[in-house]
Design a protein around this ligand. Structure first.
Ligand code: THU
Length: 185
C-alpha cells in the first residue's frame, strides 16, 4: 500500500510539471515548435546540423550528433561529435561546430542547432546540449553580446525546442566572475 501511494505520488508529480508526461521534461517556458513553423534561416541551420550527422565519429556510443552554428553575417558552420578510446577526450558536436567556426574567423554567433540519432533508431524526443557544451555556448554568448538561441531537434524534425542559453544555464559562471572584459576579443 505504501509503495502504491509513493508510485502514484511520483507519477502525479512527473505528469504535472511538464507538457509530455514521463517521456520528457521540457520546461513550460521553452518554446516547442517544429520544422515547418521556424524561420527560413533556422530551417537552414537545422538542415546543416542534420546534413553532417552521417560524419559523426562514434565507435563507442554509436550515437550520432550534428550541430550547426549561425554567425552574425548569416554564415552557417557545422560539426559532429568525435569520440575517443579515452572516453573523456570525446568532443561533442556543439563544441566541434563552435571551434570550427572560430578557426574560420567566426567567433560571434547568434544561434546553434543540435540534432541526434542512434545507429538504427531515431530520437523521438529532442536532444539537448550537455553541461560542458552549455558552458561553452554561454562563453560565446558573452562574446557575442547576445543570449544565443539553442535549437534542439528530434531526428524527424517534427519536434524542435528553442531556448535561450540563459534558460539552459541559469546563474552561469562567466567572464564577469573573473572581472574580465571581453570587449577586445
Ligand atoms: N554528445 C554530443 O555530441 N553533444 C551533446 O551535447 C551530448 C553528447 C555526444 C558525445 C558522445 O559522442 C555521444 O554523444 C554520446 O554521449
Amino acid at each position: 500500500m505504501k509503495k502504491l501511494i509513493i508510485s502514484l505520488l511520483i507519477l502525479f508529480t512527473a505528469s504535472s510539471c511538464c507538457k509530455q508526461p514521463v517521456t520528457c521534461m521540457i520546461p513550460t517556458e521553452m518554446q516547442e515548435t517544429n520544422y515547418q513553423s521556424i524561420s527560413e534561416e533556422y530551417k537552414k541551420l537545422v538542415d546543416a546540423a542534420e546534413a553532417v550527422l552521417a560524419n559523426s565519429y562514434n565507435p563507442y556510443s554509436k550515437f550520432f550528433v550534428g550541430a550547426a552554428v549561425l554567425a552574425e553575417d548569416g554564415t552557417i558552420i557545422s560539426g559532429t561529435n568525435f569520440e575517443n578510446a579515452a572516453y573523456g577526450s570525446t568532443i561533442c558536436a556543439e563544441r566541434a561546430a563552435i571551434l570550427k567556426a572560430n578557426s574560420m574567423g567566426y567567433r560571434k554567433l547568434k544561434a546553434i542547432a543540435i540534432i541526434g540519432r542512434g545507429q538504427d533508431f531515431e530520437m523521438p524526443e529532442v536532444i539537448s546540449p550537455c553541461g560542458s557544451c552549455r558552458q561553452v555556448i554561454y562563453e560565446v554568448s558573452e562574446l557575442s553580446k547576445q543570449a544565443m538561441d539553442v535549437l534542439m531537434s528530434n531526428t524527424a524534425k517534427d519536434k524542435i525546442v528553442i531556448s535561450s542559453i540563459n534558460q539552459l544555464l541559469p546563474m552561469a559562471f562567466g567572464p564577469k566572475d573573473l572581472g574580465v572584459d571581453l570587449e577586445k576579443y
